[in-house]
Design a protein around this ligand. Sequence first.
Ligand code: ADP
Ligand code: MG
Length: 272
Amino acid sequence: MTTTAANQATTTPAISLRGVSKVFETSSGPVHALQDIDLDIEPGSFVSLLGPSGCGKSTLLRVIGDLIDPSEGDVEVHGKTAAAARKARDYGMVFQQAGLMDWRTVLRNIELPLQVQGVGREERREKAREMLKLVKLDQFGQHRPRQLSGGMQQRVAIARALSFQPKVLLMDEPLGALDEMTREHMQRELLGIYQETGTTVVFVTHSVSEATFLSTEVVVMSPRPGRVAERITIDLPRYRNDETRISDAYFAAEAKVRESLHSVLDETRSKA
Ligand code: ADP
Ligand code: MG
């Protein structure tokens, strides 16, 4: 049918994983970090990878970002191999530690990836200022990273990752080191940035509430070997705020995610 063809044409995935496995050879034998992962992520979605420690979340993110090679299987990002996507600077990456350079000002930290790309001084400064505004730190461009709070430093790291307008933002527990108040604040900020930029986000967390509040879809993973246990579509409006956190729809979605995670944990315990 023509409608099917049209649908296919408009839904080329941002990220497509086929039969992805990753085995680490260690002194105590092979570790099956990922086994047979099939996953399509639509452009513009916010997908959280959720699961207990050691279930392969970081490994999956690193495979997507071409930081490590899978042992088996294929990764495509907007139809390119992961290596080609990385070369084309399709990725922005943010980790738990902001990883800023203290001998550079905040503004010059954000400029760094553009500088590496050879973008001229004026242009990269202008872009960095724009990004600083996006993360609401316009007043802090001339500060040193250590003069900022943990939450602010993480916002700088996000600004830096977005400076070259990546198609895909890969985030590994970016809010994990923050206290709860700062964390909730940052979740709202991150949603705002996501809504404004339309970037596809893959976000690693082990927080049920964080995954539910932020995501369009939660991928629940189970360990040993790391697999996709369940995919849960989060049926909340795209625009979310603090009201969302106390809505019935939110509680229903959160309960569903929690239940899924708990069945993974039960299964893991019975295997141990
Ligand atoms: P998560 O991020 O969900 O906590 P990881 O992806 O970090 O899980 O790890 C998945 C599994 O792979 C764990 O058992 C971990 O010990 C193992 N692993 C991860 N990286 C390596 C590595 N470089 N060498 C050996 N084992 C690793
Ligand atoms: Mg991890």
